[in-house]
Design a protein around this ligand. Structure first.
Ligand SMILES: Cc1cc2nc3c(=O)[nH]c(=O)nc-3n(C[C@H](O)[C@H](O)[C@H](O)COP(=O)(O)OP(=O)(O)OC[C@H]3O[C@@H](n4cnc5c(N)ncnc54)[C@H](O)[C@@H]3O)c2cc1C
Length: 423
């Protein structure tokens, strides 16, 4: 009999297996895929954004899905511990914008291979192509893991690290939610987060801006009452179905929640191309531009003011004749250009599916988990870690950080349970 069985070999399960074995437990790691760390290998654009170097409170601020719960797991294993862990294994990391940490090799496989090497070194038994069907409980305690092939594996401690429901070809297909419910856990509503946003606006349907990237803009989600629900800055891109890119991904969960909360089919998004400049400043710049060469056509004078495709789109959208000479451009026209650059609004009607999302929102309720151990409050010997939980962060390394942190915490606690070592 194994001391600890870890179900799922993503970042949370691999780190749980490492921590459990390192703390003296005999560990069996099961995964239904033919390889471990499949999602990790495609994360961060194939470079694996392994963690984020922000200080702890900032880190928590970037975890909109139950970030406060992470105080305790971070007290056991946090971003700096993740960095030391990899550096201790000879993997140098580098910091990029917004605190994002990547392996110097720029290859996610470096991270996956390092974790696998450590898992093997610690003597963890690994079984791939081994799908778990369910967990059996005996009264208030876990008793065994039942495999799809009918095999029964008895154990004292089970760590569920099966991930969410997003990108199912990596193995994350939401298998564990029924096992958790069977133990008496609540599964909070699942929804896509960090996902591209869809829009039915005619300029989107006509693909007028498809492929246009905008840098350092600000996107806001606006309630039907006109209140700003959330604003995020960064880059974005118009796609054939709506918008994507970091700022759009960060706004996506607020779109999902607002559509539901206000029981509406569409919600407004506001785009600010000049987040660091007041509207009046933009307006004055436009007036000055008109004065420099009054005989020139408006479209020539405004070249480079905003990306050209957006400018031509605005002329069309605002019914402005772009060939008008500057001396004939009214202040009213300049005001409308200013407003469209500072607060271009359009309706969005949803997001791509949970399967196409980077991250799954919702999951096993954190109210039923002891945060210092990741232990279930419902069944003895049951632990949860990673995206299966109702915890999610923005893209930028926060989800993998949560997976490593909760994984380590669960693994350590499970080993302490089975080896009877007191904290
Ligand atoms: C394209 C992409 C890019 C991403 N980029 C980033 C990023 O840059 N930064 C960031 O922080 N996050 C990123 N994420 C999110 C991050 O990868 C996940 O949050 C993280 O992998 C979750 O880890 P996990 O261990 O909880 O689950 P997963 O990585 O999903 O692993 C779950 C494992 O459980 C196994 N499993 C499931 N069911 C069973 C079963 N019944 N029996 C046996 N095994 C089972 C699966 O095969 C899988 O190996 C990205 C996600 C995607 C899809």
């Amino acid at each position: 009999m194994q001391d600890v069985i870890v179900i799922g070999g993503g970042p949370s399960g691999l780190m749980a297996a490492i921590a459990a074995a390192d703390h003296g437990a005999k560990v069996l790691l099961l995964d239904k895929g033919d390889k471990l760390g499949r999602k990790l290998a495609i994360s961060g654009g194939g470079r694996c954004n392994v963690t984020n170097r922000m200080e702890l409170q900032e880190l928590i601020n970037h975890i909109p899905g139950n970030g406060r719960f992470m105080h305790s797991p971070f007290s056991v294993f946090n971003n700096e511990n993740i960095i030391s862990f990899f550096e201790g294994l000879g993997i140098a990391l580098k910091e990029e914008d917004r605190g994002r940490m990547f392996p110097v090799s720029d290859k996610a496989t470096t991270v996956v291979e390092t974790l696998l090497k450590k898992v093997r070194q610690l003597g963890v038994q690994i079984r791939t192509n081994t799908a778990v069907k369910t967990i059996h409980y005996k009264e208030d305690t876990v008793s065994s893991v039942i495999l799809q092939n009918g095999e029964k594996l008895d154990t004292q401690a089970i760590i569920v690290a099966t991930g969410g429901k997003s990108v199912p070809h990596t193995g994350s297909t939401g298998d564990a939610y029924p096992w958790a419910e069977k133990a008496g856990h609540t599964i909070t509503e699942l929804y896509p987060t960090e996902v591209p946003i869809t829009s039915n606006e005619s300029f989107i349907r006509k693909k007028q801006l498809q492929g246009l990237s905008l840098r350092d803009i600000e996107l806001s989600v606006i309630s039907p009452k006109g209140k700003t629900i959330k604003t995020h800055d960064g880059d974005m891109i118009f796609t054939h179905f709506g918008i994507s890119g970091p700022a759009a991904l960060r706004c996506s969960q607020y779109v999902v929640k607002a559509l539901k909360k206000f029981k509406t089919d569409s919600i407004e998004i506001q785009l600010d191309l000049f987040p660091n400049r007041p509207a009046e400043d933009i307006f004055q710049e436009l007036i000055n531009k008109m004065k420099v060469d009054p005989k020139k056509a408006l479209k020539n004078v405004l070249k480079g003011f905003v990306p050209e495709r957006f400018l031509l789109f605005l002329f069309n959208h605002l019914l402005i004749d772009s060939n008008t000479t500057c001396s004939n451009v009214s202040h009213e026209t300049l005001r409308s250009i200013t407003t469209s650059c500072k607060a271009f609004t359009f309706q969005v009607n949803g997001t791509l599916s949970i399967e196409k999302a980077f991250v799954t929102g919702g999951g096993v309720s954190v109210k039923e988990i002891e945060p210092k151990k990741m232990h279930s409050k419902k069944k003895h010997g049951l632990y949860f870690c990673g995206e299966v939980l109702d915890i999610h962060g923005y893209t930028g390394g926060y989800n993998i950080t949560c997976a490593f942190s909760t994984g380590y915490t669960a693994g350590k606690a499970a080993a302490e349970q089975v080896t009877h070592i007191l904290n």
